[in-house]
Design a protein around this ligand. Structure first.
Ligand SMILES: Nc1ncnc2c1ncn2[C@@H]1O[C@H](COP(=O)(O)OP(=O)(O)OP(=O)(O)O)[C@@H](O)[C@H]1O
Ligand SMILES: Nc1ncnc2c1ncn2[C@@H]1O[C@H](COP(=O)(O)OP(=O)(O)OP(=O)(O)O)[C@@H](O)[C@H]1O
Ligand SMILES: [Mg+2]
Ligand SMILES: [Mg+2]
Lengths: 225, 225
């Protein structure tokens, strides 16, 4: 369960202050499928980074499965992230000069999965996103949408209990988008919690619940079904 | 005028060969507004890089305004690019640790525009994409869609005769997308040539002509109006 109370995030100081989040309260239960929408610059990625324990709020409370995230140091935060969370970044964040296969194996290596099983599971994840013939390509040898799909495969391969996806289909055509959404629907059917940022209405339609951010606040909160 | 005849682009060798473009012939006349669509990995960005003289074809002919691009060396290519072409990259390619304003001033600096005029025109371009209050932010202090809009402003500010836009709205909400498309429509009304890659049908609708790539070839070529 994710429990945010009155979370605020401020960047900069003086007259260059940016209040990226301005008092956000949100509860997400295990197994929920939540979509976050909102205009460019409204605070979606900032909220996602706080939910994913990649960033600390300036004010407010955040508990993830009962753990008070604000009290953890960097080592403890990275353990929480690696154990529980799969992250699809808006800018992919693949490791350069490293093959697609090695990129997808990485979360499994962190979890101590043996080499043979790691390789098989990474290959299966890349096949699921349609990239079985690009396993040995490095990021600069892949198209934009192919890099995005490697990032999707990397986030799913370790079967995380919480999946955070920031614009997972922004660079994909309708066929590749449908493949990625099918994988997320499967994760949801397996009882995993999904929080996904998107600016596309038909992608948000796959979630059970949609919140809309505006200027760092929740402006709308509606159920899809 | 852009004139491609039987252009092929091959990456790699042996059994790792990728035929990203496989005999593409295309003519674009001055003032045309062309959209390029196609599945992820179908060769769109590769074609754009060749049109933009950022990459050389493996085989085939390419003439830009009568100049045989294949005969130019790197210095001559960069002069052609800076003089004639504005480029919006799929991955933005902004200069890190450099403000939005300085990023947008750069094409004008290359063209020898004086400091005061450069600053005024860059500010106007950033205001046109809705970022007048983010001029002094560096790329890592901007949201994904804001970075994309800085890349749009940078491509438009020098009033290029040819604008190449690779997925210019992938990270933008409907409002910011409408702002960017309005700017492209204005460029088109001024008689500039626009080639735009997109996977969104309603964005492609703004062009006069749409080609669809499939596995490195033109699979469809239709007029929009
Ligand atoms: N440097 C490279 N080495 C090997 N293969 C490459 C290289 N660059 C691109 N490719 C391959 O060439 C094909 C075309 O890539 P391209 O970037 O043109 O696709 P695209 O249509 O722009 O896709 P997207 O919509 O995902 O951006 C892809 O299958 C890609 O894997
Ligand atoms: N490091 C930073 N320093 C200053 N301002 C920042 C920083 N990071 C983000 N911001 C600002 O905070 C606001 C929220 O950014 P955020 O990345 O959360 O937006 P977003 O909703 O994800 O937008 P997009 O849809 O464009 O990706 C933006 O206006 C941005 O300029
Ligand atoms: Mg974002
Ligand atoms: Mg591309």
């Amino acid at each position: 369960v994710l429990d945010l109370v009155d979370v605020t995030k401020v960047y900069g100081d003086g007259d260059a202050v940016v209040r990226a989040l301005d008092g956000v309260s949100l509860t997400v239960n295990t197994g929920d499928y939540l979509a976050i929408m909102g205009a460019s610059g409204s605070g979606k990625s900032t909220l996602m980074n706080i939910i994913g324990a990649l960033d600390i709020a300036t004010a407010g409370q955040y508990h993830l499965d009962g753990i008070d995230i604000n009290t953890l140091d960097e080592d403890a935060l990275s353990i929480v992230r690696n154990r529980k969370i799969g992250f699809i970044f808006q800018s992919f964040n693949l490791i350069p000069r490293t093959t697609a296969l090695a990129n997808v194996e990485l979360p499994l290596a962190y979890r101590g999965v043996k080499r043979g099983e790691r390789r098989d599971r990474a290959k299966a994840a890349l096949t699921a996103v349609g990239l079985s013939d690009r396993m040995h390509h490095r990021p600069n040898e892949l198209s934009g949408g192919q890099q995005q799909r490697v990032a999707v495969a990397r986030a799913l391969v370790a079967q995380p209990s919480l999946l955070l996806a920031d614009e997972p289909t922004g660079n994909l055509d309708s066929r590749a988008t449908a493949d990625v959404l099918k994988l997320l629907d499967q994760m949801h059917d397996e009882g995993r919690t999904i929080v996904m940022i998107t600016h596309e209405n038909d992608v948000a339609q796959h979630a059970d619940r949609v919140i809309v951010l505006k200027d760092g606040r929740i402006d709308e909160d509606r159920l899809n079904r």
